[in-house]
Design a protein around this ligand. Sequence first.
Ligand SMILES: Cc1cc2nc3c(=O)[nH]c(=O)nc-3n(C[C@H](O)[C@H](O)[C@H](O)COP(=O)(O)OP(=O)(O)OC[C@H]3O[C@@H](n4cnc5c(N)ncnc54)[C@H](O)[C@@H]3O)c2cc1C
Length: 483
Amino acid sequence: MSTSLHIDTLSAIVGRVNCLTDESDLVSYTTDYRKVYSGAAMAAVRPGSTKEVSEVMAYCYEHGIAIVPQGGNTSLQGGAVPVSNAGLCIVLSLSRLNKIRSIDPVNDTLILEAGVTLAAARTAAESVQRLFPLRIGSEGSCQIGGNLSTNAGGTAVLRYGNMRDLVLGVEVVLPDGAIWNGLKTLRKDNTGYDLKQLFVGSEGTLGVITSAVLKLVPRPRSTSTALVATKSPATALSLLGRLKTRLGNDVTAFELISAPAMKLVQEWLRDEEPLFASKHDWMVLIEISSHSDQDDINDAFYEVLTESYDKDLVLDALLATTEGQAQRLWRLREEISDAQTRTGGSIRCDISVPLSAVPEFIERASAKVLDLEPATRMVIYGHMGDGNVHFNPLRPDGVSATEFMSKWHTEVTLAVDAVALSLEGSISAEHGVGVAKRDELLHVKQELELLISWRIKNALDPRNLLNPGKMLPAISSFSRSQS
Ligand SMILES: Cc1cc2nc3c(=O)[nH]c(=O)nc-3n(C[C@H](O)[C@H](O)[C@H](O)COP(=O)(O)OP(=O)(O)OC[C@H]3O[C@@H](n4cnc5c(N)ncnc54)[C@H](O)[C@@H]3O)c2cc1C
């Protein structure tokens, strides 16, 4: 069957205007957020309902057309774009499935379609005095379907957990077009396998999430934010322990930031106002939130910081006294990722290790990188409270991005990942696998784990049409026979 006949049929399902085929329209669907990965697709198809998703998928299944599900296309691992120029493929954009279906402050649930952005989900929760606690820098673009498919984490995992902890139910369309309605709102349901969790973190390789039930939590009445200078990751770790002992679950975010990371983002935002009277190598952005009065939480936080200053865990602190100041501090943290993208030449390692091993990881991984290229800028930041560090060596000033990446990308990534693995860590804490980390899994997963994963994949997607080439290393790469 010719491509034009496929396009005609898909257009008949979603409407001609929602089946994009011009190269100028396609490029933003076939190129990833960082403009590192791209591939070919015959169309970007934009269904407007679960029924249309099902019809598109059933048609593609019958005709052997690969499907790349796409939400906000903010994946940092090349997960949401085609990776090959061969074969028949469409990008399936979920953006038009953007309705909030219901919001229930009694059951503390939010039922919404997969294409609702994270920012819109958070706003909806606020309208009933609740909080949907997932918070990541891409919230204006990323979508709930993408957040679920990547098991997104972010800056509030320390208190509320990641996407896996925040979902109660999903509706999924399987590769052959079958619709599974798993939109349960129950907190307890021990009736067999927890199928929804199979799709969380599966990066669009098993089914397309079309709707979800999310958990809401009470909205804290008061929040206190501070940027704290500290001597080292080790003193940051001690400070975190002290905060947890004194303030318990009120410790909501604990984000480590190295001096080169802060310098980069201040330059990018042209935020020239000094943060502290003198320069510091390490900073931590801390947020405390609570159901107590604002004055009480401010006092409690201030007290712990003062005690920690006396113990040399805190060198200086900038406590936000207005909402505007808190927003400035959060903007500095959240724009680091984009500052690196704009600068170019950044090797991104999203690792996790047991919390207690974070200082050792940073010390050993930094030494390895600086041994290789002493002028590298050590852009290190991230969710220290979860043991998750974005360890992103950046090209030295004056060295081009192409030169730095072609010379060091592979060697530095493997060296950094090796340190994380030696500390019982993971090479992908929250950004997923996509295409960027796929083949590394051959070295970090047990062969049996990969075999089980492929058996699940084959059971649900026997024709390997859903997001092919992502997350799972090719079965032919395994050393043992599959029989
Ligand atoms: C500035 C910035 C900051 C970020 N910060 C964080 C952070 O703190 N924590 C974090 O975890 N991530 C972070 N990310 C990464 C990214 O935003 C997340 O992975 C996000 O969850 C992806 O959502 P998306 O809608 O953009 O998904 P996409 O990028 O479109 O897709 C991601 C994966 O999910 C699949 N997919 C998308 N929608 C569906 C669906 N409905 N059904 C089935 N599969 C689907 C895709 O095929 C792909 O494999 C950041 C990214 C940027 C650019």
